[in-house]
Design a protein around this ligand. Structure first.
Ligand code: AMP
Ligand code: ZN
Length: 466
């Protein structure tokens, strides 16, 4: 399997530490708000990675954290805790906020057919682990205390800039706007391991520690949970590209300082989903969630299909127009699959192997999901493959694609149905008023949603495109 490794900046052959098992750590959500569909793009790519590894024969042990404390408004240790900010805004405790948004996060990933990681751990459940690590980092001179807080001293890190591939000066420009200078730090990129005193005094969740009542920094949480559940040698660590610096950079230096050896060989990052303004935001503009898409009549699984059509390392721009196109293609694809009737012919093993190899090759080439889909379309139109074999392969490919392709019913959600019926009524009115231009426009809108409108003597009926 070949994967692009952010650490070496090249596509490399992936080799796990153990022959048959892959340990995979994926940064989880900060549960202070809903996940937007950009966040969910990252979880979709990680799901494809995990399922591909399983498909090609590995056991995968995957861990994900839930960040429920310590992630400050700026990733560079400035501002309030995001959880606290949300708790104050909603008049709830941080724990209530965490429970609420964690539950919704799991509902969202279920709707997108994302497999729940084997091990999911809350940051607040591992305070002892962070304290143990921070103690050792202090003993060995990798960390220092200042102003009541404990910081990692990045001057002790050998290759602090390797993962980001950027120079200190460039990174400084990147964070300057974001950061209010913390006078306790010896170096601007030193980062907080444990906070007791600071402008974050109001922090609601605090724990006893050798350095006083306080709470952990965000970065130590992922290192701590990963090392506790996946051991000293990690095969793959994932996240979105915004995690490269400072989060993953800091995870590397503190983990390797603590362990005394190299920690993780493969760092795999997903590019962002942007909206038309250039950045997906939880505060400005329309807050794009899966629930919002559903309320507009879109099936969540179509969003997964939309993501799989492009490469995880390419930026993707979200528009409703492109989601409409994806809806039409998805409905067509699904109805083509539904029209394949089992002919009870015997399975053709050579064909199965051939197609599986093509499908694997696409995914093994740095998760080329678009080519994997092409392989799927090739199968559908291949007249040399009997239907039984086709159905077998579709089921097999869907272990990775997870597009519900063999569910017989075309899903029209109640919301979509209502929207279609409303448009049909509006079209009727337009026709009665002899406003044929408007009637045609509505027909086009429906067509983009994958709906065919048929007028007959009794009135208008509609069906989803085959
Ligand atoms: P957070 O909940 O903010 O900790 O982020 C959860 C995950 O979403 C992280 O892996 C981020 O790197 C990723 N992420 C944040 N914004 C985007 C975006 N616009 N597109 C794709 N992934 C994102
Ligand atoms: Zn993380």
């Amino acid at each position: 399997m070949k994967l692009y490794n952010t650490l070496t900046k090249q596509v490399e052959e992936f080799v796990p530490h153990k022959k048959e098992e892959v340990t995979l750590y994926t940064c989880g959500p900060t549960v202070y708000n809903y996940a937007h569909i950009g966040n969910l793009r990252t979880y979709i790519f990680e799901d494809i990675l995990e399922k591909t590894l399983r498909y090609i024969g590995y056991n995968v042990k995957r861990v994900m954290n839930i960040t429920d404390v310590g992630h400050l408004v700026s990733d560079a240790d400035a501002g309030e805790d995001k959880m606290l900010m949300s708790a104050k805004k909603e008049g709830k405790t941080m724990a209530e906020i965490a429970d609420f948004y964690t539950k919704i996060f799991f509902d969202d990933i279920t709707k997108l057919n994302i497999r729940k990681p084997d091990i999911i751990q809350k940051a607040t459940d591992h305070i002892d682990q962070y304290i143990k690590m921070i103690k050792k980092l202090l003993e060995e001179g990798y960390a220092y205390q200042a102003g009541g807080n404990v910081y990692f001293d990045i001057s002790r890190a050998k290759e602090y800039y390797q993962l980001s591939g950027k120079k200190e000066e460039d990174l400084l420009i990147g964070v300057r706007d974001d950061v209010t200078e913390d006078k306790n730090k010896r170096n601007p990129f030193d980062f907080g391991l444990w906070f007791t005193k600071s402008k974050f005094e109001e922090q609601e969740m605090k724990w006893e520690s050798p350095w006083g009542l306080g709470y952990p920094g965000w970065h130590i949480e992922c290192s701590g949970i990963s090392i506790k559940y996946l051991g000293e040698y990690l095969d793959i660590h994932c996240g979105g590209v915004d995690n490269i610096f400072p989060h993953h950079t800091n995870e590397i230096v503190q983990s390797e300082a603590y362990l005394g050896h190299k920690w993780c060989n493969f760092w795999v990052h997903g590019e962002h989903l942007n909206d038309k303004t250039g950045k997906m935001s939880k505060s400005k503009g329309e807050f794009l969630t899966i629930t919002l898409l559903e309320s507009k009549g879109y099936q969540p699984i179509v969003y997964r299909f939309f993501c799989l059509q492009s490469h995880y390392r390419k930026q993707l721009v979200f528009t409703y127009e492109s989601l409409d196109i994806a809806t039409t293609s998805y409905n067509k694809l699904k109805s083509r699959v539904n029209n394949i009737e089992n002919d009870d012919m015997s399975l053709d093993n050579n064909i199965i192997k051939n197609y599986q190899n093509k499908f694997k090759d696409a995914l093994r080439s740095d998760l080329n999901t678009a080519n994997a889909l092409t392989c799927f379309y090739d199968l559908l139109k291949d007249n040399n493959v009997n239907n039984n074999t086709k159905l077998y392969l579709i089921k097999d490919f869907d272990k990775v694609l997870s597009l519900n392709l063999l569910d017989n019913q075309q899903e029209t959600s109640p919301v979509l149905e209502k929207e279609i019926n409303d448009l049909i009524k509006e079209r009727e009115i337009a026709k009665n008023n002899k406003d044929y231009q408007k009637a045609d426009q509505i027909r086009d809108t429906l067509s983009q949603k994958g709906v065919i409108v048929k007028d007959n003597k009794e009135g208008t009926i509609w069906e989803l495109k085959k």
